[in-house]
Design a protein around this ligand. Structure first.
Ligand code: GLU
Length: 294
């Protein structure tokens, strides 16, 4: 596929903090590729986290992106407006018995992994993000028991039955990854490495993986340009695209920007926020671009 055949790219921040240099790199790269190949650049607000997302961060993100010189069509899609669309997909997964209610909290999963380690001397397996894989404790619960516990008010998430999902979708999933020269390579997806991933959190009928896949398809995104920190997640995305019968986008995962001590930038570090660089250190957007190597 030639790069001229890509039509639409997106920058999809989560408005739970101010944008930092790493976001600027990703947004500018998306914008520059679009300008280069004549594709459309979209912004999407990934605000499914109702406790951490705040309207003031949404406004700050628009302000920072404008300052960087980016323009995008409005209205912008907000994931918080799309819960019914996600619920429809979740309901399908429930109907197909591809998900089950998982009642262990994050703390309990961690305690389980520690207990396993002390008992056997072996480490409990972790997913590519370093979180312990969900233990096989809830998948076998009967629907009647699971329904009863939910009715009794026990908190739960919906988790994908990974083995079943792979057997339905096939274990030969791949994606096309582009480098900066637009040379393609085929990557074998490995969704099993994630174990039974969350499809819906306890408070909303969706998760990052479910909504990103649904929305990239809804918005006809054909090239996804995002940080390497999401490279491994692409395996889960390919699996969901296949299960839902959605088109397969192409991917380009770019390098991450680290701070002076080699740590990944985080939204809680105010020093590298774009507004601090602009308002306190009086940097211009041109200087930011230069700093980022554009
Ligand atoms: N919302 C995600 C983030 O802020 C990015 C999602 C994506 O690009 O797939 O990290």
């Amino acid at each position: 596929m030639s790069k001229e055949l890509f039509h639409r790219l997106r920058f999809a921040p989560s408005p739970n903090g101010y944008l930092h240099l790493g976001h600027a790199y990703s947004a500018l790269l998306n914008g520059k590729i679009c300008a280069d190949i004549g594709a459309e650049f979209l912004v999407r607000m990934e605000d499914i986290d109702q406790t951490r997302s705040r309207p003031e961060y949404v406004e700050a993100i628009y302000e920072d992106l404008k300052w960087l010189g980016l323009i995008w069509p409005k209205p912008v899609m907000h994931q918080s407006d799309r819960f019914p669309a996600y619920k429809e997909k979740l309901d399908w997964l429930i109907e197909q018995q591809l998900v089950y209610r998982a009642f262990l909290s994050r703390k309990e999963i961690k305690a389980f992994a520690q207990a396993y380690q002390s008992k056997t001397g072996c480490d409990w397996p972790c997913d590519p993000d370093g979180a312990p894989i969900y233990p096989d404790l809830c998948r076998q619960l009967s629907m009647a028991v699971s329904d009863q516990r939910a009715t009794d008010g026990e908190a739960f998430t919906w988790r994908l039955d990974m083995a079943k999902a792979i057997s339905m979708a096939g274990d030969d999933l791949t994606w096309t990854e582009y480098d900066f020269e637009f040379n393609p390579s085929i990557v074998k997806a490995d969704p099993a490495a994630w174990g039974d991933v969350i499809m819906a959190r306890k408070d909303v009928p969706t998760s990052y993986h479910l909504s990103v896949v649904v929305d990239d398809a809804e918005q006809d995104i054909d090239l996804i340009v995002r940080g390497m920190d999401l490279y491994q997640s692409t395996s889960v995305h390919r699996l969901l695209q296949k299960l839902f019968g959605l088109p397969q986008p192409f991917y380009l995962h770019h390098k991450l920007i680290f701070d002076e001590d080699g740590r990944k930038l985080s939204k809680s570090n105010q020093d590298t926020s774009l507004r601090a660089l602009r308002d306190e250190q009086s940097l211009t957007s041109v200087e930011i671009e230069k700093m980022l190597g554009f």
